[in-house]
Ligand binder design. Structure first.
Ligand code: SF4
Ligand code: SF4
Length: 177
């Protein structure tokens, strides 16, 4: 058992402050869970994550696969009667999980997120080939999808060199905040 925070109120407050969302308004009506297209891949339903934090079970929330499987599609929040922005809560929890150094339930998803962000930071745009190469390199698995990669290259679905935006300072500014 690791100690993440002094008491459950502090994580609840932290998430509320960083996401700007008062998830304590949740009615646990499960509309979000019923509409989530990725529920089958999650260990807790979206409202279950909220419940864990309310109950002071922050370790389970931060170690859950749910916070990484969520793709931020907003299906849940658009149907929520309390207009709770669940993707913003998931995002705040992902940041917290990394900050606290907890065991990440879906390291491959974190690896992919990191590689996408790295190319945006460098070029102001994604560069698919670099994302794929770095992702596979980190996994020490360079060859398993080689056939698909070659087909994509042949069909010109992958650019060999990245395209860059001109105003790099604007990107630097975004990443500073
Ligand atoms: S839809 Fe909204 S109110 Fe209902 S359980 Fe989900 S987060 Fe809570
Ligand atoms: S934003 Fe996340 S939790 Fe909400 S419906 Fe989409 S995948 Fe599910």
């Amino acid at each position: 058992m690791i100690t993440l925070v002094d008491n459950h109120q502090s994580l609840s407050d932290e998430i509320r402050l960083s996401s700007g969302i008062n998830f304590n308004a949740c009615l646990h009506c499960k509309t979000c869970a019923n509409g989530c297209p990725f529920l089958a891949g999650m260990d807790y339903a979206p409202n279950g994550i909220i419940r864990l934090i309310q109950l002071g079970m922050e370790e389970q929330a931060l170690k859950s696969s749910t916070i990484w499987v969520c793709v931020g599609c907003n299906t849940c929040s658009s149907g929520c009667p309390m207009a709770i922005d669940i993707p913003a809560v998931m995002d705040a929890l992902r940041h917290k999980a990394i900050e606290m150094g907890v065991e990440i339930a879906e390291p491959d998803i974190l690896n992919f997120h990191t590689q996408v962000l790295n190319t945006v930071k460098k070029y102001g745009r994604t560069h698919k080939l670099e994302i794929m190469m770095r992702y596979k390199l980190k996994k020490l698995d360079l060859f398993s999808d080689m056939g698909v990669g070659l087909k994509m290259l042949k069909k010109r679905k992958l650019d060999l060199t990245p395209s860059k935006i001109q105003d790099k300072k604007a990107i630097e500014k975004i990443f500073r905040h």
